[in-house]
Design a protein around this ligand. Structure first.
Ligand SMILES: N[C@@H](CCC(=O)N[C@@H](CSCO)C(=O)NCC(=O)O)C(=O)O
Ligand SMILES: [Zn+2]
Ligand SMILES: [Zn+2]
Length: 188
């Protein structure tokens, strides 16, 4: 059986709703769930193969999108959250009990500062923006995926309409490079 890329990708992608207004995310604890309320849809939703993003059980990829920080609030059981790695650019706030990542916040100078990274599969609503592309695909090899099977992964993404990249998509990489160029100019 082919390995699961992600449950929301394996059987084809369901398009989101352009007028979707947001909803709540819940961790996987059976009770006293951490609850996060999002006041809008997400942007730049994508599959991510990196080793740091939270993936559901047995999936090779995470699906992660961004939302402005001021549209996100923790509305229940915040005391269960802890930051996985304080030194990472994206500070991933996870539930201490079930391990699910509720949101990742950028606190350092970064082109995406002001945006939080979230996993819309933690919501019980549909209408969230669908994944737009696959990022950090080769990173799954770093985590042990057989390199001779990576073409199959890229083909599977293609068959559901997603381009594969080994970093982020070109428009997002351009935004990061523009930010770096501006910082470099400021130093001259
Ligand atoms: N090969 C590494 C790549 C990790 C990486 O750079 N991840 C990206 C994308 S995360 C969501 O798109 C990133 O920006 N990371 C910053 C951070 O995690 O703080 C690996 O697989 O670990
Ligand atoms: Zn939990
Ligand atoms: Zn990632």
């Amino acid at each position: 059986m082919a390995p699961s890329l992600h449950p929301s990708i394996d059987n084809g992608i369901k398009k989101g709703d352009a007028n979707f207004a947001g909803g709540k995310l819940y961790c996987h604890c059976p009770s006293n769930k951490v609850e996060v309320t999002l006041g809008s849809n997400v942007l730049h939703n994508h599959a991510c193969g990196c080793s740091k993003c939270w993936k559901p059980k047995s999936a090779l990829f995470s699906v992660v999108g961004v939302i402005p920080t001021d549209k996100l609030s923790v509305t229940a059981n915040e005391q269960k959250l802890h930051i996985i790695d304080e030194s990472a650019a994206i500070q991933r706030n996870a539930c201490r009990e079930c391990g699910v990542h509720l949101f990742g916040r950028i606190v350092v100078d970064h082109p995406f500062k002001g945006l939080d990274f979230v996993h819309t599969e933690l919501s019980d609503k549909s209408g969230w923006q669908e994944p737009q592309f696959a990022a950090f695909v080769s990173s799954i090899i770093e985590q042990g995926f057989p390199p001779d099977q990576i073409d199959g992964v890229r083909s599977k993404f293609k068959s559901v309409g997603l381009e594969s990249y080994d970093v982020l998509s070109p428009p997002l990489m351009d935004a990061i490079a523009t930010h770096t160029a501006q910082k470099n100019k400021a130093k001259l």
